[in-house]
Design a protein around this ligand. Structure first.
Ligand code: ADP
Length: 434
């Protein structure tokens, strides 16, 4: 730390006062000389102050160089130099940041707390059709008037990105994600996913077309096999066994094809226009009767429904959810077990719970059950061996209704699959406005 100038200043002032006093005593006018010396000292300091103030304000003249004033000027210059250096460093940093984000293929938009646009890069200009000067300060949702974006922003859950078609260019698919940072500020990242989207479409179309093409030959094949099997059974033919196995496998393939077709239908975005009031209690009664008829072993199937509870949704989707859960429970529960189907209001909305007294599922399998083709016991050749697509269909169909699937299971005791539907879709038939 530099030495303080005060001892020198005070010493000089003391010397001045002593000299003035001595001189005053010499000429017998001590008070007058002392006052004159102090007035001269003050005038000198005022002139220095004036020079300094003028120099700082206008940059003109030379600032005082000695004493306390010189010290102040030196310190001021040092602070000025340091702040200039910091400014240069910051400008270089900002320039580098802007250059690197400008070169990024992803669009980046810096948004204020109120979602007004503060800055965006060249990719954002291209992908979101933003205008460099005109759109700064505009509200994001004024420029991106897409219902899915408005819902996304308002929902406040930015964990995942959403995919939308760019409002200004047909066919341009964008993945948009808000990334919170700093104090309530947000970055919007926009990515061109047109090609990915196209490939996904090609894959889905391929699965749908292939499944569709396989359906007719399989039906013919299954039909002939059924005839041949009936014949062989009648004649007690030794071919009966192989024919029976072929018939079972063709039925399994037909189920697989149907499930693949259902999945590709579910992959499409649900149009809210497709939603209609669905009489879930009646649907469950039909499925219960069907399950009782088709079960190949004795089983108790209990149904408890709230008859006043309907749901706005897509009837075929809700049928898929309930049928898959009930069929699984029946399929995996041994003879003399019990399957309980409950349709009720719960705090989160409505719940379709299917519980069984089946073998249960070990906890490590639970998170993967809804993956396509995932089966707990894929290796074991069981007569009830399914396709592993049932719960994937349930999950997809539920997602289209903003619902979720919860699974609880205790190995050796049984399982409880529950489909939860949010309250927005609930309908009481008497009050139904649709
Ligand atoms: P699958 O056609 O094999 O039944 P799912 O997707 O419906 O396919 O089910 C995936 C796996 O979850 C099944 O293979 C089975 O192991 C297990 N699972 C489903 N429901 C039950 C249940 N109620 N009890 C025991 N295990 C079940």
């Amino acid at each position: 730390m530099p030495a303080s100038p005060w001892p020198g200043i005070l010493l000089r002032l003391a010397l001045l006062l002593v000299a003035a006093s001595l001189f005053g005593l010499l000429i017998d006018r001590p008070a007058l000389v002392l006052a004159g010396a102090l007035a001269g000292y003050s005038a000198f300091q005022l002139i220095q102050l004036h020079r300094l103030e003028r120099h700082l304000r206008t940059g003109a003249g030379t600032p005082p160089a000695g004493g306390i004033w010189g010290e102040i000027v030196r310190r001021y210059r040092r602070v000025q130099r340091r702040s200039r250096k910091r400014k240069r460093r910051l400008s270089a940093l900002i320039r580098e940041f802007q250059q690197s984000t400008a070169a990024m293929p992803d669009g980046t938009v810096v948004l204020s707390r109120e979602l007004r646009i503060i800055w965006f890069n060249a990719a954002a200009e291209r992908l979101l059709a933003l205008r460099p000067a005109a759109d700064i300060g505009q509200h994001l949702l004024h420029l991106l008037r897409v219902p899915a974006v408005i819902d996304y922003v308002q929902a406040g859950d930015y964990e995942a990105a959403i995919t939308v078609e760019a409002p200004h260019r047909n066919g341009l698919m964008l993945s948009l994600q808000l990334v919170p940072y700093g104090q309530d500020q947000r970055l919007l990242i926009a990515r061109d996913v047109t090609e990915l989207h196209r490939l996904d479409r090609v894959r889905r179309d391929f699965v749908a077309n292939a499944s569709h093409e396989l359906r007719t030959p399989l039906t013919v094949f299954g039909g002939y096999l059924e005839g041949l099997l009936a014949d062989a059974t009648e004649r007690d033919d030794p071919l009966r066994g192989p024919l029976q196995a072929m018939h079972e496998q063709s039925a399994r393939m037909a189920t697989l094809v149907d499930q693949l077709l259902t999945l590709s239908r579910l992959d499409e975005q649900a149009d809210p226009g497709q939603f209609e009031p669905v009489d879930v209690p009646a649907l469950l009664r039909r499925l219960q009767a069907q399950a009782e008829r088709l079960a190949d072993h004795p089983l108790q199937i209990v149904l408890e429904v709230d008859d006043a509870l309907w749901l706005r949704g897509i009837a075929s989707d809700l049928h898929s959810v309930a049928a898959n859960l009930i069929n699984n429970a029946v399929k995996y529960t041994a003879a003399d077990g019990c399957v309980r189907i409950v349709w009720q209001r719960v705090p989160e909305g409505a719940e379709l719970a299917v519980s069984d007294t089946g073998p249960g599922i070990a906890p490590e399998h639970l998170p993967r059950l809804t993956e396509r083709f995932y089966r707990v016991d894929a290796g074991r050749a069981r007569p009830e061996g399914g396709t592993g697509l049932g719960l994937a269909i349930v999950k997809h169909a539920l997602q289209r209704h903003h619902g979720e699937l919860r699974i609880e299971s205790t190995p050796g005791k049984g399982s409880r699959f529950s489909a939860i539907f949010p309250p927005a879709g609930l309908r009481v038939p008497a009050l139904d406005d649709a």
